[in-house]
Design a protein around this ligand. Structure first.
Ligand code: ATP
Length: 144
């Protein structure tokens, strides 16, 4: 089965590096599906879920904004932050989501709207990725 290389990099670390069979990423214009031998591409990413399939197994990663490049069968994802679903502290993400919502609801005159919106999107995607993974793990457990 054909594969492509995927490297997910943040300023802090290399989060993922492996040969995979598909990548689904949150592009600015919607979810973006990438298969091996994809044409060269450079696009911006928004906070959301990045799904990777390797040997039939799906890995779910919450990413914040950044870029995705496809070149010569190598997909490089450069993002501010990236966490695998199992590494997400959902309580922390829910607290961050509440803080961002409260900020946006407040009438603070010095509110940095763009910063608050970005914090809201990051925390929403962490909560979504973590909970979705938990519910699919629970479903496969009840099937066993
Ligand atoms: P918080 O207010 O909870 O710090 P944040 O959105 O401001 O959230 P970031 O600045 O995006 O946090 O991330 C800082 C670091 O913490 C990054 O390394 C990121 O991967 C990690 N991180 C942030 N939130 C979580 C979380 N809920 N679970 C696990 N790691 C997290």
């Amino acid at each position: 089965m054909s594969t492509m290389r995927l490297d997910i990099v943040t300023a802090e670390k290399l989060v993922y590096s492996d040969d995979v069979s598909s990548v689904n990423a949150p592009g600015v214009a919607g979810q973006l599906g990438i298969l091996p031998n994809h044409a060269p591409l450079l696009t911006s990413l928004m906070p959301g879920e990045l799904r990777v399939v390797k040997e039939g197994e799906e890995t779910n990663i919450a990413v914040s904004g950044g870029f995705l490049e496809v070149l010569r069968n190598v997909v490089t994802v450069l993002v501010d932050t990236a966490e695998r679903a199992e590494d997400i502290d959902v309580e922390r993400a829910e607290a961050a989501l509440k803080r961002a919502q409260d900020k946006l609801d407040s009438s603070e005159s010095d509110l940095d709207l763009e910063k608050a919106i970005q914090a809201l999107k990051r925390s929403q995607s962490r909560v979504y990725v973590s909970k979705r993974k938990r519910s699919s793990a629970a479903r496969s457990k009840t099937r066993q």
